[in-house]
Design a protein around this ligand. Structure first.
Ligand code: BES
Ligand code: ZN
Ligand code: ZN
Length: 499
């Protein structure tokens, strides 16, 4: 929990009192608002231990009698000397959270420099995001360790000191930061759950929970209805699995006459590849193939809580498992997607596009959205192209693409746009069906998107390929190893800044 406070830092008697400091331009020690703390900083500076560099930490154990500090520990965290930005505060928050976890600290109090050349609300927002995302732990299945260490320790309360005039702005910022940070945490939790726990049914159950809590309209489409509607993609992909597929629908309505945004997330709860079986190495990572669906769900949860007023949001999460079995799709099979297009499935491992195609076509026809954004761990090729540091963005509309890029930038989740053009569709031509589901090695991320494009018509649409960023993403103080929680915050930002 993070609370904004105008109580004097010297009164704080908890585990860590944190001072964030700027690096000085000249060869001078960083400046701190507390005189006694400043003395300690000056001393450390002389030894070369504290310059206020980005993410630099200095831990001090005050001698209470002399230092006039009641806290058990003092932590000085550097902000560097470059122009302040949102990412810097997130990273500082992450550094503080990690230190607190390592020290098993429960109560923290943070003090930022008095004269910040940065909006207080955004500072509070991003610091909060970093603090919450940086304190992520997934210990549910580590019973032994917990028994050894006694109860697991987590940060209980963080105070953020601001002056009286900034209280309101800071409170709003903290609220936004917590909502977005929590969304990232929710995605990581879903992703960390193993495939035998996080099943299509788990998506349905979670949807029901957030709908109840956030007053969203909710429904789950079961396989019977999918058969009636001829959703051959979702049905085909899941026909080799013992688990029935689900299409989870959530609707956030403002009650006003505003545009509708449709979000679609790939909820493949385990991707073995099907009969086009993946190699064994790292196959376990394919439990993360549901991260797009998770991001969409978590974003809906935050949207339900914040209740933005400028856009209605409908979310579709096609959830299924891709398994090899006697009933599985076979390479060469032809399926009929929602809306009637036929697809020759030449590789059963290119399954994401098949379930997304049904959801996109159904969503566009049924909800007539003004814009569509889908999020999916769709292609290994995006890792070859962009590595693990940018999400691939493909869109049929420049304005929507620009808005998504801006939202990602603001959320600290950068994207990179790749082209979509007629030429790429050549690779998807089938001799005997309308399309085939693979286009060869060249431009794999683009041909996957070109496939999806066939199902959105002329509706402005943007596709986020998060195969490289959903896990093993750029490691930062607030991004752990394992699932990153990517894209939920970008979607939230997109909705917040909707014009
Ligand atoms: N879920 C995978 C994509 C993926 C691969 C995500 C690696 C993260 C890491 C997807 O379903 C898939 O298997 N795609 C194939 C498509 C190919 C057969 C055209 C791929 O990328 O290899
Ligand atoms: Zn696959
Ligand atoms: Zn997949």
């Amino acid at each position: 929990m993070i609370v904004v406070s105008n109580k004097k830092p010297s009164q704080f008697a908890g585990d860590i009192l944190v001072y964030l400091v700027r690096q000085s331009e000249k060869k001078r020690p960083p400046v701190c608002s507390d005189k006694l703390v400043q003395e300690r900083i000056d001393h450390a500076f002389e030894l070369g231990d504290c310059r206020g560099k980005k993410e630099e930490c200095l831990l001090i154990y005050p001698q209470r009698v002399f230092d006039g500090v009641r806290a058990k520990r003092l932590l000085i965290v550097g902000l560097g000397k470059d122009e302040l930005n949102r990412e810097l505060f997130r990273r500082a928050g992450g550094v503080i959270a990690q230190k607190a976890l390592a020290l098993k600290a429960e109560k923290l109090f943070l003090v930022v420099p008095e004269e910040l050349s940065f909006p207080v609300g955004e500072m509070a927002e991003c610091l909060s995001e970093g603090l919450i995302l940086g304190s992520y732990q997934f210990k549910k299945y580590k019973k032994e360790e917990e028994e050894e260490e006694g109860k697991s320790i987590e940060i209980k309360r963080i105070g953020l000191y601001v002056s009286d005039v900034s209280l309101v702005h800071a409170r709003k910022g903290v609220k936004r930061g917590l909502a977005a940070g929590n969304a990232g945490m929710v995605v990581r939790d879903m992703a960390n759950e193993p495939g035998n726990v996080w099943t299509p049914q788990a998506f349905a159950d979670y949807g029901e929970k957030i709908a109840r809590e956030g007053e969203l309209a909710y429904r789950v489409m079961e396989s019977d209805e999918m058969r009636q509607l001829k959703m051959g993609g979702i049905l085909g992909v899941s026909q080799g699995s013992a688990l029935p597929p689900k299409l989870v629908v959530l609707e956030y309505r403002t009650g006003k006459s505003v545009p509708t945004l449709l979000l679609v997330g790939k909820g493949l709860t385990f991707d073995s590849g099907g009969l086009s079986l993946k190699p064994g190495e790292n196959m376990g990572d394919m439990k993360y193939d549901m991260c797009g669906g998770a991001a969409v769900m978590a974003a809906m949860q935050a949207i339900a809580e914040e209740k933005p007023g400028r856009v209605d949001v409908v979310a579709l999460v096609p959830a299924a498992e891709n398994m090899p079995s006697a009933t599985a799709l076979k390479p060469g099979d032809i399926i009929r997607q929602y809306g009637g297009k036929t697809v020759e499935v030449l590789n059963t491992d290119a399954e994401g596009r098949l379930i997304l195609a049904d959801a996109l076509a159904y969503g566009v026809e049924h909800y007539k959205p003004d814009a569509v954004v889908d999020v999916a761990t769709l292609t290994g090729a995006v890792i070859i192209g962009l590595g693990h540091h940018r999400t691939g963005l493909l869109a049929n509309n420049d304005e929507l693409a620009a808005n998504v890029l801006a939202a990602g930038e603001k959320a600290g989740e950068p994207l990179w746009r790749l082209p979509l053009a007629e030429e790429y569709k050549e690779q998807l031509k089938s001799k005997i069906a309308d399309l085939k589901n693979i286009g060869g090695k060249a431009g794999g991320t683009i041909t996957a998107a070109a496939f999806l494009q066939e199902f959105v018509g002329n509706t402005p649409w943007a596709h986020l390929d998060i195969a490289g960023t959903a896990w093993d993403y750029t490691e930062k103080s607030y991004i752990p190893k394992g699932p990153s929680g990517i894209a939920a915050r970008t979607l939230i930002e997109l909705v917040r800044s909707w014009r």
